[in-house]
Ligand binder design. Structure first.
Ligand SMILES: [Zn+2]
Length: 428
């Protein structure tokens, strides 16, 4: 069930990655207009790139590069593209990715490995509670991955607790794929409608979009709140369109496992120099065995840590910790720096809050202001102060709190043009 390479020694894993890297670089030299230009401009002899360490000789690829030269990243004729996907475009314009037949096969393999990490087996049934269309690569990946694994899928899509529960009770899925905060809505709905959710078929959830672990890999408040009410296992998975690869937790919850056949990662500081294992830095990825749109040293903007101590699940691969924030979304508040996910998790501490939206703006003196707009059962000043005190104690920041009507926030958060709920707005 675990690919042989993932049980091998670190030296053997690295040797395989180096071989695949050499192949990918030779392929880029042959087929990628963007990288041909880059190699020429930077005087790179592609034969000199033999190992992961050699990648340092090539400059990084940024999101702006792909936005500006999107077509030049394509390595195949358009007639070979079987599926188009776009990035979610939370920062700037979305970028188009194409997948060939081989890329779809690679995506299926990747997602099969990812589900296997979370313990999904042949014959299990999984309910998909995220969108499969809207040019979303992940939804397609889940479908293809489960099919390859021999597991079943119920494609319910996002939202609609009634239909989610109807499907759970009707088809008895063992796993769900969901945004974790939506599970709280599912629990509320079940309680209101006398659904015996604690004894239903669901044993685990593969979670996307929100952090389940803290920096130290402890459960976040959100994860705790879900598990206090519903005794199910929550597996975090981290992936992106650009990576075309997923990092998913195994049952030991030591971060998302790396699959060495699919991707090379580096974690770098502001000067693109590697940081020490366990230190926070920006993830840079080089995709392996991608045909339509391979990326070399792509800076993801995701701030996270690499965990290298041995995991006892049988895989010898390192893990990536939770995304602690997007690099561009770093907030500077009176000597403290933080990222939105830590604030979202602090909000999760309060059951009274049903919806929230964080807005960041800069004030006249150039520091950041934090405004949290909430729809809450309790709109007293005491509650507002309690919230501020909690933020001060936990994160050393004092946000402004504004109470809003449910509909006002709903319109912004659940924008029909967005695949994910919008809970953070950067006005700087
Ligand atoms: Zn493991």
């Amino acid at each position: 069930m675990i690919p042989e390479i993932e049980t091998k020694s670190l030296a053997e894993i690295e040797a395989l990655q180096n071989t695949l890297l050499q192949k990918q670089i030779a392929y880029l030299m042959q087929h990628s207009p963007f990288y041909q230009r880059k190699f020429r401009a930077e005087n790179i002899d592609v034969k000199s790139i033999q190992t992961i360490a050699d990648l340092q000789k090539i400059s990084v690829t940024t999101k702006a590069d792909i936005q500006l030269y999107n077509n030049d990243f394509f390595c195949v004729d358009k007639s070979q593209i079987l599926d188009y996907a776009t990035t979610s475009g939370t920062l700037g314009d979305p970028v188009t990715f194409g997948l060939t037949d081989n890329d779809l096969e690679r995506l299926a393999y990747n997602e099969m490995l990812s589900f296997q990490c979370a313990g999904v087996q042949k014959g299990d049934l999984v309910q998909l509670m995220t969108t499969m269309d809207r040019r979303f690569m992940a939804g397609l990946a889940y479908f293809l991955g489960l099919r390859k694994l021999g597991a079943g899928i119920v494609r319910v899509g996002a939202g609609v607790p009634t239909l989610q529960w109807d499907s759970i009770l009707r088809y008895q899925p063992k796993y769900l794929i969901a945004v974790p905060s939506f599970l709280l809505k599912m629990i509320d709905y079940a309680q209101e409608n006398n659904i015996d959710y604690k004894n239903c078929s669901v044993k685990g959830v593969i979670c996307i979009g929100e952090a389940l672990r803290t920096t130290n890999l402890e459960p976040t408040l959100l994860a705790q709140r879900i598990q206090e009410k519903w005794n199910i296992e929550l597996f975090s998975t981290y992936a992106s369109t650009e990576m075309s690869a997923a990092f998913t937790e195994c049952a030991l919850f030591q971060g998302g496992h790396h699959h060495p056949e699919l991707i090379i990662t580096e974690i770098v500081d502001e000067n693109n120099q590697p940081v020490a294992d366990g230190e926070l830095g920006e993830l840079v990825v080089t995709t392996l065995s991608v045909e339509a749109m391979p990326l070399l040293r792509f800076k993801t903007g995701d701030m996270l840590r690499k965990h290298t101590q041995k995991c006892n699940c049988g895989r010898n691969t390192y893990r990536l910790g939770p995304v602690e924030g997007r690099k561009q979304q770093m907030i500077k508040y009176k000597g403290t720096t933080l990222y939105p996910p830590a604030m979202h998790d602090a909000v999760a501490h309060f059951n009274e809050i049903k919806l929230h939206l964080i807005e960041i703006s800069s004030n006249d003196i150039g520091t950041d202001e934090i405004l949290i707009r909430i729809f809450s059962e309790d709109t007293s000043e005491e509650f507002s102060n309690k919230l501020k005190d909690y933020f001060r104690a936990r994160l050393r920041v004092t946000p402004q709190i504004v109470f809003e009507e449910e509909l006002t926030l709903q319109k912004i958060i659940f924008d029909p043009l967005s695949r994910k709920p919008i809970t953070f707005i950067d006005k700087r």
